[in-house]
Design a protein around this ligand. Structure first.
Ligand code: URP
Ligand code: ZN
Ligand code: ZN
Length: 475
């Protein structure tokens, strides 16, 4: 089946073009100023609309067990929410449930396969280093996985020691794998949490007070230094502190291949949100910081120090004892209420996979602060390049997957749970006035959101086998 999208304005990271675009069998096959319609071609008029490459969100946690519950979007509901928000590729994480990394990967592949509705891939968490794990890391590449994540926090659970991170980075480097870092100081957090509990400081704000930004800053510097000594590339996830941007810039000016990602929550909210009566909604790790930190993060994006905006989508219900209706069925999943009266028991994480593109469009493009091309670069092209999926994903080129969004830049709406489709009972951006919204979404040529209507079936999303990391991928 051929689909011809006519009269749209095509936006890529480096081009804005009035052109028609032809799709055949999952791929873009032609882009020309004018393409004539022929028999058996479905024509879609995109007059007045932007045609964007589908968003690429390289940081989501679907169906992730945590604190006796599970993140409330699974590979169906989370990818459906992604689609409604204009994101057509996500990367989730494989937990190191056993030291057989390949078994862990295959189990998650099986779990996602019958559910995902947009394309997806995985990063591998390395949270316990053994000889078998050292041997298994190179085998990830054959599984299509070319990135792994290490942690300098969560002592006795997820954290590796510096020497172990050094070892992992060298193995990763030798095999074309990009090392990602969760940057916080696990030792100090542990002491501060113990002291807070002993002093009966149990309220939500103490989550941020026991994880100060200095821990994130020193961890970025420490890991950058380790990456220099390992001669390995590094990608800092969920950057939240201005000092982290300073450290990243320092590393980059010293010639290191160190990259950074931030997330909308760190650009729009602060630790003050935790003090609200419903502050648990904003609990995630690392926590929100200050308005000064926000300014430096924005500057990092403008100056190209920070290359991507992902979400760290890891939703929980605010009150998991009260069902919501999801696809006509009541659903309730234990959530933030598990930590009523003790901040250490509140599941860490928040929703965002569907919010990212519409919120950022309004705040970046409609506001006139960034161009539509910069928006595409930060939310789609650069993530696809860094994680070995470009030009299959992240652009509009002949031969690319026909993952695209018909974006209405004039659409105005009051955003919130009614629009976001994330399977939880709240939205961080409830009541925000948006300008610009995805109207229709294609994934590999299939219209999965048609004028705001859901068209797709569970399991149509494909696992994307990613290419090895290319140090020159961003030019
Ligand atoms: O609070 C968060 N971010 N939960 C997800 C896990 C992580 O470290 O990214
Ligand atoms: Zn993390
Ligand atoms: Zn995360």
């Amino acid at each position: 089946m051929l689909i011809l999208i006519k009269n749209g304005t095509l936006i890529t990271e480096d081009n804005t073009l009035s052109a028609d675009l032809l799709i055949e069998n999952e791929k873009i096959i032609q882009i020309e100023e004018k393409i004539e319609s022929r028999e058996n071609v479905k024509v879609i008029d995109a007059e007045g609309l932007f045609v964007l490459p589908g968003g690429v969100d390289v940081h989501v946690h679907l169906d992730l067990p945590m604190f006796g519950t599970v993140s409330s979007d699974d590979h169906y509901t989370g990818t459906k929410a992604a689609a409604f928000g204009g994101t057509t590729t996500v990367i989730d994480f494989v937990s190191q449930d056993s030291d057989d990394l390949i078994k862990n990967v295959r189990m998650l592949k099986e779990k996602a396969a019958g559910k995902a509705v947009v394309d997806y891939s995985f990063h591998a968490n390395i949270t316990h280093l053994t000889e078998q794990v050292e041997k298994d890391i190179p085998l990830l590449v054959k599984e299509g996985i070319t990135s792994l994540k290490v942690f300098t926090a969560y002592n006795n659970r997820l954290r590796l020691q510096d020497g172990e991170i050094f070892k992992v980075m060298r193995i990763a480097r030798d095999n074309g794998i990009l090392t990602m870092l969760h940057a916080e100081n696990g030792d100090l957090i542990e002491i501060m949490v113990k002291e807070a509990l002993a002093a009966q400081h149990l309220s939500v704000e103490w989550h941020a007070k026991t994880r100060p930004s200095w821990g994130a800053v020193e961890s970025v510097m420490r890991a950058s230094a380790i990456s220099a000594m390992a001669d390995a590339p590094l990608y800092i996830v969920h950057m939240n502190a201005g000092g982290e941007v300073d450290m990243l810039e320092y590393a980059q000016t010293h010639g290191l291949k160190v990259f950074g990602e931030t997330c909308p929550q760190y650009l729009f909210f602060t630790e003050d949100d935790l003090a609200k009566p419903d502050g648990a909604k904003w609990i995630c790790s690392p926590p929100m910081r200050t308005s000064q930190d926000q300014l430096r993060l924005w500057q990092g994006l403008e100056k190209g120090i920070v290359q991507t905006i992902a979400t760290d989508h890891c939703p929980f219900f605010f009150d998991g004892s009260r069902p919501i209706m999801y696809e006509g069925q009541p659903v309730a999943i234990p959530g933030k209420e598990l930590g009523n009266g003790d901040f250490t028991k509140i599941p860490n994480g928040l929703p965002g996979v569907g919010d990212r593109m519409p919120i950022l469009w309004t705040e970046m493009v409609a506001s006139g602060k960034f161009t539509a091309n910069q928006f595409v670069k930060l939310t789609s092209a650069s993530p696809a390049k860094l994680f070995g999926m470009y030009p299959q994903k992240g652009t509009l080129q002949v031969g690319s997957d026909a993952d695209l969004v018909l974006w209405d830049p004039t659409k105005k709406l009051e955003y919130g749970v009614a629009f976001s489709h994330q399977r939880t009972d709240y939205n961080l951006y409830e009541g925000w006035n948006l300008t610009g919204f995805p109207l229709s979404v294609f994934s590999r040529g299939e219209l999965i959101v048609d004028n705001g209507n859901w068209m797709a079936k569970a399991g149509r999303g494909k696992f994307i086998s990613r290419k090895p990391f290319d140090p020159a991928c961003l030019g």
